[in-house]
Design a protein. Structure first.
Length: 297
C-alpha cells in the first residue's frame, strides 16, 4: 500500500506542474493550448543539453525553465495573440500546428533517440516495503515546494488577486485599472517555465525524448479538465486523481477475475485510465469537480 501511495505521488508530481501552467494560462486567454505539453518536452531537452555542457543539474534545470518560459512568451506574442482574434477554436487549432512544428524541429535537431541524464548511481531510499530513488524524492520535493509557493502567490499577494480578478471577469478587471496585457504576458512566461520545469524533472527518470510531450498530452488535459479548466489548484487536484487512477489501473492484481494467481494490465494501457476519467468527466462534470469556481470564472 505504501508503494502504491509513493507511485501515485510520483506520477502526480510528473503531471502537476504542467497541468498547473496549462490551467493558469487558460484562465486568462480562454483557449486550450495543445502546444503547452510540447514546451515541457523542449524543457527536458534544454535541461539535458545544459547538464551535458557541464552545468550543475539544478542550474541546468533552472536555465531550461527560463528558456521555455521565454519560448512560451514568444509564441504567445507572435502567434497566439493573432490567432485569438479569430476566436478560441482557431487558436486551439493553431496551437496543434505549433505543437507539431515543435516536435518536428526538436526531432530534426536532436533525433529520436532518448537522451538519458548522466546521474550518479545511488542506493534507493527504503521505507518498509516501498522504495524511492533519491532523484524521484528530489523531484517530488521540488514540485511540492513550488505548488505551495504558487498557492501563496495566488491567495496572499496583490499579483495573485489581480490574476484571480482577470480570470473571473477580464473586462471588469481591465476597467478597474489592472494591466491585463502585462499580466497575460507574465502568466504566459510563468506557465512556460512551469511546463519546462515539469518536463525537466520528468526527464530525470524517463530521459528526454520527442514523445515526452505526446505522453503528457492526455493525462495533463484530463487533470486540467477534471479540476476545472481555469482553476489552477483544481488542476493539481485533478493530477492527483489521474495519477491515482493510472497507478491503480496498472498495479492492481486482476487475477481473481480471470482465474489466475497473478494478472496485471500492461503499462501500455496506462493511457486508458486517463481516457476513461476524461470521458466520465465530460459526461457528468463537464466543468470539472470544482464546477462552482469554474462557472464563476
Amino acid at each position: 500500500m505504501l508503494q502504491l501511495l509513493i507511485d501515485t505521488l510520483l506520477r502526480a508530481s510528473d503531471l502537476a506542474l504542467v497541468a498547473l501552467g496549462l490551467s493558469t494560462v487558460y484562465g486568462l486567454v480562454k483557449f486550450p493550448n495543445i502546444a503547452h505539453v510540447q514546451i515541457a518536452m523542449v524543457g527536458a531537452y534544454a535541461a539535458f543539453a545544459l547538464h551535458a555542457a557541464a552545468l550543475p543539474l539544478p542550474l541546468a534545470i533552472a536555465l531550461a525553465s527560463v528558456a521555455t518560459g521565454a519560448l512560451a512568451l514568444a509564441l504567445h506574442v507572435a502567434v497566439f495573440q493573432r490567432l485569438l482574434r479569430g476566436g478560441p477554436a482557431i487558436a486551439m487549432i493553431g496551437s496543434l500546428a505549433v505543437a507539431m512544428l515543435i516536435v518536428a524541429g526538436v526531432q530534426g535537431f536532436a533525433g529520436s533517440f532518448p537522451r538519458m541524464f548522466n546521474l550518479p548511481l545511488a542506493q534507493p531510499i527504503v521505507l518498509g516495503t516501498a522504495r524511492i530513488s533519491q532523484t524521484q524524492l528530489w523531484a517530488m520535493s521540488v514540485t511540492g515546494v513550488l505548488l505551495a509557493l504558487f498557492a501563496l502567490l495566488l491567495f496572499a499577494t496583490r499579483a495573485g488577486r489581480a490574476l484571480r480578478a482577470m480570470a473571473s471577469n477580464a473586462p471588469l478587471a481591465a476597467a478597474s485599472g489592472l494591466q491585463a496585457g502585462r499580466l497575460t504576458l507574465g502568466v504566459s512566461f510563468g506557465s512556460g517555465a512551469l511546463a519546462g520545469l515539469g518536463g525537466s524533472l520528468l526527464a530525470l527518470s524517463t530521459g528526454a525524448h520527442v514523445q515526452l510531450g505526446n505522453d503528457l498530452l492526455l493525462p495533463v488535459f484530463a487533470a486540467a479538465i477534471l479540476g476545472g479548466l481555469g482553476n489552477p489548484l483544481g488542476a493539481v487536484a485533478g493530477a492527483v486523481l489521474i495519477a491515482l487512477a493510472e497507478t491503480l489501473f496498472t498495479n492492481l492484481n486482476f487475477g481473481w477475475a480471470v482465474g489466475r494467481e497473478l494478472a496485471f494490465l500492461p503499462v501500455a494501457y496506462i493511457g486508458a485510465a486517463s481516457f476513461l476519467i476524461l470521458l466520465l468527466a465530460l459526461l457528468f462534470k463537464p466543468y470539472g469537480l470544482f464546477d462552482r469556481e469554474v462557472r464563476r470564472v
